[in-house]
Design a protein around this ligand. Structure first.
Ligand SMILES: *Cc1c(COP(=O)(O)O)cnc(C)c1O
Length: 416
């Protein structure tokens, strides 16, 4: 065993940081600085040559620090640490999940191209695709988790446009529908041309970076709202994009000119969060299992959407996909209360420990009503097809004692 083979959770406290460069400080300081002093003019020239691609980096040469829109130690060390979880070559962090997603899409799409999107998508992503990209002359079509490879390829061919990107979220929010990443990668290969490769991007916010590793299944890039599990404390907005050196290099290039990189303070906060990422997520997944089991047997609950129950559906294809793609069932649960909006609201308004708020993946448990909150933007008929009804409640399970979470869920159900 050597350092390189250690598990990511063992390396989150130290990887990529050299105390001797920071007065021996055990923790990486916040490099709250906009610019960096060059030793001499020759060094400044050399750094710029590499940063602007005027020449390739020499073998042992590292990209020198120039200016915090291009690079900053808090970002670089954070990016190196994030790479370990997804076994990615490179990573770019952003000031929000939306800036990671929108920058990646703008880098890989141009007017006339087609983007194929899994349905449903995060509301912000959906809006960006259907309004901003649309305005830029980029076409989009959606596909559902139950469509086969042939049906999807037919859909693309019938559109008459040139496919450039496939973007999915799996499991889909909030009902945990599964998309097959490997199948998307096969579709991308089939529809790629010699000159232009179709990019497969996976928004892994719901399951990453612990429970699903899309790059292993053929995705080209992985996207995160680091606001969720990675940040994990509901106190920072951030995003990340990971993949090969080549693709992330392109994204970092655009990030430099859009100027939507994360600042040093955000980088520092996320490094602090990463130290406890595994223990937090493990505890959240374990708590979610108990909460889901409690909900399932409760007379006021009609249906529970939780990945841990996937085998109950007796669908061998879905079960095989679950086993292939996921390392755990995660900590997101949705459920239908018996009744409708009135009953769902009564439940939400009666919670005492669990907070009524959107967002997810944080240390505290959160509950919300997708139909009138996170998914209100989706057309009513699409919402219905996706089972996002008035009786649906979404829970993000936190790190509290599971007995206390269950007590709260029980008393709020009783209040209905
Ligand atoms: C929250 C979220 C986003 C957007 O991230 P921000 O950090 O809020 O910009 C994107 N995708 C998913 C799945 C999310 O949950």
């Amino acid at each position: 065993m050597d350092y390189k083979n250690m598990n990511p959770e063992s390396l989150m406290m130290s990887h990529g940081y050299k105390p001797e460069l920071s007065e021996g400080a055990i923790k990486c300081p916040i490099f709250q600085t906009s610019t960096f002093v060059f030793k001499n003019a020759e060094e400044g020239k050399a750094f710029f040559e590499v940063a602007y691609g005027i020449r390739e980096k020499e073998k042992e040469e590292e990209l020198g620090l120039i200016y915090s829109r291009l690079n900053n130690p808090d970002l670089e060390i954070l990016e190196n640490r994030l790479c370990l979880w997804d076994k990615a070559e490179d990573c770019a962090v952003f000031e929000s999940g939306m800036s990671a997603i929108s920058t990646a899409m703008m880098e890989f799409l141009k007017p006339g191209d087609l983007i194929l999107c899994g349905r449903p998508l995060y509301g912000g992503t959906d809006h960006f695709v259907n309004h901003f990209l649309e305005k830029m002359g980029i076409h989009s079509i959606g596909f559902n988790s139950d469509m086969s490879k042939d049906e999807i390829i037919k859909l693309v061919k019938e559109s008459g446009h040139k496919l450039a990107m496939i973007h999915i979220e799996t499991p889909a929010n909030p009902t945990n529908a599964l998309f097959d990443i490997e199948m998307c990668s096969d579709i991308a290969k089939e529809l790629s041309s010699q000159e232009e490769k179709v990019i497969v991007s996976v928004d892994n916010t719901y399951m990453g970076p612990l429970w699903q590793h899309p790059l292993e299944h053929g995705a080209d890039i992985v996207l995160y709202s680091a606001t969720k599990y990675i940040g994990g404390h509901s106190d920072v907005i951030a995003g990340a994009c990971l993949g090969s050196k080549e693709l992330i290099g392109r994204i970092k290039g655009l990030r430099t000119f859009l100027g939507n990189m994360a600042g040093p303070w955000t980088g520092w906060l996320l490094m602090r969060s990463l130290e406890t990422l595994k223990v937090r997520m493990d505890q959240q997944a374990e708590n979610a299992k108990y909460v889901a089991e409690f909900l399932k047997q409760h007379p006021k609950v009609e249906k529970v959407y939780y990945l841990g129950f996937i085998e109950d559906d007796n669908d061998p294809i879905k079960t095989a996909l679950y086993k292939k793609q996921y390392k755990a069932a995660g900590a997101m649960i949705a459920f239908d209360v018996k009744g409708g909006e009135k009953e769902a609201f009564k439940f939400l308004n009666s919670l005492k420990l669990i907070k009524l708020a959107v967002s997810l993946g944080s240390t505290e448990s959160l509950a919300e009503h997708p139909a009138t909150m996170t998914h209100v933007d989706i057309e009513a008929d699409v919402r219905k097809r996706l089972s996002i009804t008035d009786k649906l409640v979404r829970l993000s399970v936190g790190v509290e004692n599971s007995k206390d979470i269950i007590w709260d869920v029980e008393q709020a159900l009783e209040a209905i």
